[in-house]
Design a protein around this ligand. Structure first.
Ligand SMILES: Cc1cc2nc3c(=O)[nH]c(=O)nc-3n(C[C@H](O)[C@H](O)[C@H](O)COP(=O)(O)OP(=O)(O)OC[C@H]3O[C@@H](n4cnc5c(N)ncnc54)[C@H](O)[C@@H]3O)c2cc1C
Length: 375
């Protein structure tokens, strides 16, 4: 069975299918909606996950319901819940688990990255179950006297800061395989400041060390005095272990159909117009686009604007716009009251980051984009 969605498009014969309703997907859908271009947004879950705020939802009781935003209320029948298993580029159809097929004239792939809970939540679950999972995790955290955060990239740094800010009496240790914390793309002065803020809050740092028995330890569940060993042979005990190590590109939806266009990490190779190599009507947006820049929600939104513009331009016979990476902008919330970061390559004062990002984690922006009221 083939479907195309019931909407009338302002552009004849155009029906855009968006695979993945993360930051890139909702931005693309919203822009298509406002241009009255017919589209179907497909996600395996029923609610957008604002994973930028996921770490706060993991520490602060009552916060999680603000981090999931139901799709159907915003996009109505243009939203379809399902897991995309493959794309048939000859027939221009997207094939869902169970066999349902959706026809596209243009395709935007934005399946993002998968990573460890609580930073990411890539399980298929209803809105209620998803919120409950974070509520349950807060209880585990509250029961722990000591916490070990594994991985000192930006997610691990933010996680350690969130815990120590909300629960100053807990012992928090951050173990990182390298000496430098946070993303390597950040200015050295920003990375250094993040380290100072963590130490100032009382987080203990174990740098240049790797946990050697992680696979034998249970994550995200509080058990008194678990023994963790490092590759150097040091031992420490902790009640709760949270993993914040690297994400993996979600390529399952498109890997078989676009095997010739994949980078080593599974991201899709694109040209300046964000068209997937060799396909003028297929675009990649967000974390699953192979672009030499940090993988950020902020970038996913910028990509979405370029892709939607180029779909509209190509149909109207206009010149396509190009995406250019700017200097790195990245803000790290160090708990709700502090932050470090840079904008367009320039280091920002901590209070600016705290006000601009850490207080609310930019939740307001996504609720506004989804045209819904925050609970
Ligand atoms: C803890 C944490 C904090 C972060 N903080 C920031 C920050 O402060 N600022 C910032 O700019 N970035 C931040 N990031 C990075 C940011 O979250 C990502 O860059 C962003 O989510 C990428 O958006 P996306 O649309 O590409 O993919 P995602 O947000 O990963 O969304 C992908 C969507 O695709 C769906 N999907 C995947 N496969 C399928 C399939 N086969 N079928 C159907 N649906 C599918 C998923 O369910 C998901 O909803 C943070 C990341 C983490 C983990």
């Amino acid at each position: 069975m083939e479907e195309m969605g019931g909407q009338v498009s302002s552009l004849d014969g155009v029906h855009v299918v968006i695979v993945g309703g993360g930051f890139g997907g909702i931005a693309a859908a919203q822009q298509l909606k406002s241009r009255q271009i017919s589209f179907t947004l497909i996600d395996m879950r029923d609610a957008f996950h604002h994973n930028v705020a996921a770490l706060r939802a993991a520490v602060k009781p009552g916060f999680a319901q603000r981090t999931f935003i139901p799709y159907a209320e915003t996009f109505g029948d243009s939203f379809l819940q399902g897991r995309v298993e493959r794309v048939d580029t000859e027939r221009q159809t997207v094939v869902l688990q169970g066999g349902r097929e959706i026809v596209y004239s243009h395709l935007i792939l934005c399946t993002g990255t998968d990573g460890a809970f609580p930073g990411k939540f890539n399980t298929v679950a209803s809105y209620q179950t998803a919120v409950q999972t974070y509520k349950d995790f807060v209880k585990q955290l509250q029961a722990a006297a000591s916490v070990l955060v594994v991985g000192g990239g930006s997610t691990g740094v933010e996680m350690a800061a969130e815990i120590k800010t909300e629960y100053p009496d807990k012992k928090v240790v951050l173990v990182h395989s390298r000496i430098g914390l946070c993303d390597p793309e950040l200015l050295p002065s920003v990375r250094q400041e993040a380290k100072e803020v963590l130490l100032g809050k009382g987080v203990e740092l174990l740098l240049g060390q790797k946990v050697s028995n992680l696979s034998q330890l249970q994550l995200n569940v509080t058990q008194k005095n678990m023994v963790v060993t490092t590759e150097r042979g040091d031992k420490l005990t902790t009640d709760l272990i949270i993993c914040c190590t690297g994400g993996k590109v979600n390529a399952a939806a498109y890997a078989s159909s676009f095997s010739g266009c994949l980078a080593a990490d599974g991201a899709l190779k694109v040209n300046d117009h964000l068209q997937v190599d060799g396909f003028s009507n297929v675009f990649a947006v967000g974390d699953c686009a192979d672009i030499k820049e940090p993988k950020l929600a902020y970038h996913a939104g910028l990509h979405a604007a370029v892709a939607v513009n180029n779909i509209s331009n190509s149909v109207r016979g206009k010149e396509l716009t190009s995406y250019h990476t700017g200097n790195v902008s990245m803000l790290l919330a160090m708990g709700h009251d502090d932050g470090v970061g840079q904008f367009n390559g320039l280091k920002l004062p901590r209070f600016v980051v705290a006000l601009g990002k850490s207080r609310d984690l930019l939740l307001w922006k996504s609720w506004r984009e989804m045209q819904q009221r925050q609970p």
